[in-house]
Design a binder for this molecule. Structure first.
Ligand code: GDP
Length: 195
């Protein structure tokens, strides 16, 4: 009935201001070819994604999704700029992200070195204070081509106060866990800042 309709509309409008959806920006950093865009593409298929409208994708590879986790909705924008197009410094200045996801491939030592340089840079710039860092060793499905050990990744993360996870966007290993970890880390940081 028309009455029912208008009732719903007005209750939606009145609750909108008090329940604003938090918006998080997440930048993916790392050497070309390590799997950044593959990971973001896999996120889009996650059960935690409430809504994802591909028509809103930015031409540079920005994707915004609504994530429902622990009963709380957040709008997360993943920014995946090709390394050669923008320096880390530029990317941070432009997007002021809540989280930096630093990705390397476990089959590529140079990408690991690059991840180390990036974490060191972030640390020196004092970004660690208010941003979540997550170090990601991707392509674990390529076990026989592994060059970077899990323990190396762990200790690099530990020395830079970063979280660590090994993933495979190819076989969907730990991809959901990474998505959940990013959102949780951002929420923890924001909660700590409010104190
Ligand atoms: P980006 O440049 O960091 O965005 O890397 P892409 O996502 O474009 O991936 C580069 C290449 O690695 C592509 O051919 C992907 O199919 C492949 N790739 C990405 N993730 C994985 C993975 O987890 N396992 C395997 N075997 N290949 C992957």
């Amino acid at each position: 009935s028309p009455f029912e309709g208008s009732c719903c509309v007005s209750s939606y409008v009145s609750s909108e201001s008090s329940l604003e959806v938090a918006k998080y920006r997440v930048v993916l950093l790392g050497e070309t070819g390590v799997g950044k865009s593959s990971l973001v593409n896999q996120f889009m298929t996650s059960e935690y994604i409430n809504t994802y409208d591909a028509s809103l994708d930015d031409e540079f590879g920005e994707k915004s999704v609504s994530v429902l986790l622990d009963g709380e909705e957040s709008e997360v924008t993943f920014i995946d700029h090709p390394a050669h197009e923008m320096s880390v410094e530029n990317s941070l200045a432009t997007y002021d992200p809540h989280a930096c996801v630093v990705v390397y491939s476990i089959t590529d030592k140079a990408s690991f070195k690059k991840a180390e340089d990036t974490l060191t840079y972030l640390w020196r710039q004092n970004y660690a204070k208010d941003k979540a860092f997550i170090l990601v060793g991707n392509k674990v499905d390529l076990a026989r081509a592994r060059i970077v050990n899990t323990s190396e990744g762990k200790s690099l993360a530990k020395s830079h106060d970063s979280k660590f996870i090994e993933t495979s966007s190819g076989i969907q290993h730990n991809v959901d866990e990474l998505l959940v970890g990013i959102v949780k880390q951002v929420r923890l940081r924001l909660a700590a800042q409010r104190k």
